[in-house]
Design a protein around this ligand. Structure first.
Ligand code: UT7
Length: 329
């Protein structure tokens, strides 16, 4: 039997909006302090997209950046997947908008709604399409404008989120690539993190707007406990079959929801968080699916990832959803 195709990431990109909102700015908006935010979350500042900057506007910049790093042109791409829970609009999809903005046509483009796990889901989906031989060069973009669905009067959530986009180009590689992956979901706990109104269950009305139901509602405390356990289980599920222990992983690129979650994950994996866990939560807060995408890009840009390194990506979010993968760079 011929050996299965190996699929790897051949380019990464990112885009962060210019405007920086610091914890001190938030102190003037809600009853919070810089100290509370830093000690409870690890966040110092986050980026906020401009009013006329939609998810697809950020996506196209991250995508062009990734194409450049892959040394490909937009016309070389034959599949586009966009992970977002803050699409430009219900439809057409942000992926279709991105395709149009990249100036290409006729190739499949679709969104996936997997909240914070969206980038890892997108990578695994793209891998499967390339492995099957159906497509050759896939563009996976995670783009979020969480500021557009944040309740700026709710101190328990508004200090957490930020805007941004990250991208990756996947193709067949000769060596390494994605070695193992896992995806999961538990719909029974969907109410722990949701945006209640605006869909077919609760269409937009004056009442939904007055009751601020078009913004993120979160049971942070309960989610925290699920996040640590689920991310640790997912890490074990992808590393163990490969015979890899925590120390065999060169770097962990996790979803960045809370510094304390990542410290607890490192503890469960028996690794030093300072050496093994890549962090950018301090600068950007939680950007949902875009967090791990931007983190991967910055880890590459900073030289933290070298050829042959084994990388663990691990994400968790609303749905609930989760996904992890090991990739040899
Ligand atoms: O993206 C993937 C999914 N998301 C997550 O996985 C998020 C997981 N959860 C978390 O990161 C944390 O639970 C939070 C950062 C959201 C909250 O931290 P916490 O340590 O769980 O705090 P808490 O919700 O238990 O609140 C503790 C106290 C409360 O006051 P009382 O009731 O003890 O008097 C809150 O009202 O902190 C208060 N509080 C704040 N105080 C100052 C909540 N938000 C703030 C705030 N500033 N911004």
């Amino acid at each position: 039997m011929p050996e299965a195709r190996k699929v790897g990431i051949i380019g990464v990109g990112k885009y962060l909006p210019q405007h920086v909102l610091t914890n001190y700015d938030l102190e003037k908006m809600v009853d919070t302090t810089n100290e509370w935010i830093i000690t409870r979350t690890g966040i110092k500042e986050r980026r906020i997209a401009a009013e006329n900057e939609a998810a697809s506007d950020m996506a196209v910049k991250a995508a062009r950046n990734a194409l450049e790093s892959a040394k490909l042109k937009p016309e070389d791409i034959d599949l586009i997947i966009v992970a977002t829970i803050t699409p430009d609009m219900f439809f057409p999809s942000t992926a279709c908008q991105l395709q149009f903005k990249l100036g290409i046509t006729n190739i499949p483009a679709f969104d996936i709604s997997v909240a914070c796990s969206g980038f890892v889901y997108g990578l695994v989906l793209a891998e499967q399409f390339i492995k099957s031989g159906m497509y050759r060069n896939a563009l996976v973009v995670a783009a979020e404008k969480l500021s557009s669905v944040t309740d700026w009067q709710d101190r328990s959530t508004c200090v957490l989120f930020g805007d941004g986009a990250g991208a990756a180009v996947l193709a067949q590689v000769n060596k390494g690539g994605i070695l193992n992956s896992t995806l999961g979901a538990d719909g029974s706990k969907g109410d722990l993190l949701q945006l209640p109104a605006g869909g077919s269950k609760m269409p937009a009305s004056i009442r939904t707007v007055e009751n601020r139901l078009h913004t993120i509602k979160m049971e942070g405390n309960i989610l925290f406990r699920h996040a640590v356990k689920i991310m640790a289980d997912a890490a074990r599920k992808v590393t163990e079959p490969l015979g890899l222990k925590g120390d065999d992983i060169d770097i962990i690129i996790p979803h960045q929801a809370n510094l304390r979650i990542l410290d607890a994950l490192a503890l469960r994996m028996g690794v030093d968080p300072k050496k093994k866990v890549y962090l950018n939560i301090e600068k950007y807060g939680n950007m949902s699916a875009a967090s791990s995408a931007v983190a991967l890009c910055e880890a590459v840009e900073e030289g933290r990832i070298k050829k042959g390194d084994k990388i663990l990506m691990d994400a968790f979010g609303g749905g609930l959803t989760w996904g992890a993968l090991v990739i040899e760079w």
